[in-house]
Design a protein around this ligand. Sequence first.
Ligand SMILES: NC(=O)c1ccc[n+]([C@@H]2O[C@H](COP(=O)([O-])OP(=O)(O)OC[C@H]3O[C@@H](n4cnc5c(N)ncnc54)[C@H](O)[C@@H]3O)[C@@H](O)[C@H]2O)c1
Length: 273
Amino acid sequence: MTDDRERWALILGGSSGMGEATAVALARAGYRIFGIHLDFRAGLEHVEDVKRRITEAGSEAIYINMNAADDEKRAAALARLGERFDESRAGGRHPYVRVVMHSLAFGTLIPFIADDPKSAVNRKQMEMTQDVMANSLVYWVQDLYRGGFLEAGSKIFAMTSEGSSRVVPSYGVVSSAKAALESHIRQLAMELARQRSGVTAVAIRAGVTMTPALMKIPEHDLIIESAIRRNPTGRMTTPQDVANAIVALSGEGTDFISGEVIGVDGAEFVTGS
Ligand SMILES: NC(=O)c1ccc[n+]([C@@H]2O[C@H](COP(=O)([O-])OP(=O)(O)OC[C@H]3O[C@@H](n4cnc5c(N)ncnc54)[C@H](O)[C@@H]3O)[C@@H](O)[C@H]2O)c1
């Protein structure tokens, strides 16, 4: 069955790494892109470059620089998307958000236990990391669902990592957010299916990938060395690997894939040494 609706992708974290690569790949696959990102002045030139690559693909890029975990800003962003959808409808088209990708990297990277309390995680840091990296997914999906942006065939992807079930000294807070994110995906998949919405949700567990977020992890050298040694393909995962997988998983015939964690890592996770 052909889908003649106007396809949009909402990319949370669309200015860098996996979100950037997926935004460009989906644009090339015919999607219009609504990107949310948080960048300071030094990063804005790069954001313009991402938008240029999307438009050069014959698509459209609406990017908003904001904290994705801010309720009021989320409401304003969705109001803007709603206005854009109204323009499409006025032109006789039928827009919907087919792809939602949660690809936010914004967390505290310090341990739980330290002699100096300032060197150990506190409540504010724990809650902020959980809010951005896990719970924000639920609030975006709630508003998208209630706002009528999601329709049968819509797909939700959330980026998780091996850290959801393994430990690294500085990664404890993000690990807990990844475990929560995978749980949120299972719950959303079940509830959306029971609503007979036709909307699916999966977590994508990428292998270790060279991005700005990886380089912020204090143990990144060890993590990269371990990934290269362990990955049986002999190389690390790339943002393009993730983008290609999401384009494929957004295609036809994928409507019964839901509630799962899907690895995109060349079998890195399952390879012990
Ligand atoms: N890089 C890896 O090795 C790896 C592996 C597995 C999973 N992941 C996960 O993939 C996701 C993307 O990571 P990446 O490596 O591509 O990171 P990245 O640093 O390249 O990109 C992060 C994106 O999130 C945006 N962002 C961060 N905080 C935000 C906020 N509060 N509000 C709005 N936007 C915000 C940034 O602007 C950027 O667009 C993360 O969830 C990360 O944990 C990464």
